[in-house]
Design a protein. Structure first.
Length: 194
């Protein structure tokens, strides 16, 4: 008798599983919040299309999408039978790099984001000092260019060029003066040339 119940439960479970695959298909998929990414690329990454079994669309499908540097957040909702809504918050490019990439406002490197970045152009030698560049970009949004080298940081403004061996010195200097000419900011003081 126990074997018969087990077989019946197995048949019932298999029937319910097959029914779940065909009974309620995905009829509509909305993707909201896109700026840079395309709807088709998002759906391909999620492996989601109309006709898929709606009951088996879960939030774990978002994992590959969240690995994309352009995606800051993503949420999957199922507001009604057959409907799926994917809400995406993309990162915003902030500082264009000479490589063609960009630094996002939160410091993530965005591939091919330079044309979309409104901040000062960034050039440099050595490892990318993300936090220092973001701070300088926010402090000097009107700058034409920010350069970094092992020796320090350069900020090119209209009518002024600033240099400091550490970004913190430039951040502090920006609070106190309107620069003109060539300005060198050190821990011990400021040197200015016309």
């Amino acid at each position: 008798m126990g074997v018969v119940k087990g077989v019946l439960l197995l048949i019932l479970g298999a029937s319910l599983y097959v029914a779940s695959l065909v009974a309620v298909p995905v009829e509509e998929v909305r993707v909201e919040g896109l700026r840079h990414l395309s709807r088709e690329a998002v759906l391909q990454t999620l492996r989601l299309a109309p006709g898929d079994p709606w009951l088996w669309v879960w939030g774990n499908r978002l994992r590959p999408l969240l690995e994309n540097p352009w995606v800051a957040e993503a949420h999957l909702e199922k507001p009604a039978l057959g409907q799926v809504v994917v809400r995406v918050r993309e990162r915003r490019p902030f500082l264009p790099l000479e490589t063609g990439d960009a630094l996002a406002e939160d410091g993530v490197l965005l591939p091919q984001g330079a044309p979309l970045a409104p901040g000062p152009r960034v050039r440099g030698v050595g490892p990318l000092p993300r936090e220092a560049l973001l701070s300088l970009g926010r402090t000097f949004p009107q700058a034409r260019e920010i350069r970094y080298t092992p020796a320090g940081f350069w900020v090119e403004l209209e009518g002024a060029t600033l240099f400091a061996p550490e970004a913190a010195y430039l951040l502090k200097y920006a609070q106190t003066a309107r620069p003109k000419g060539r300005v060198f900011v050190y821990s011990w003081g400021v040197s200015q040339r016309p």
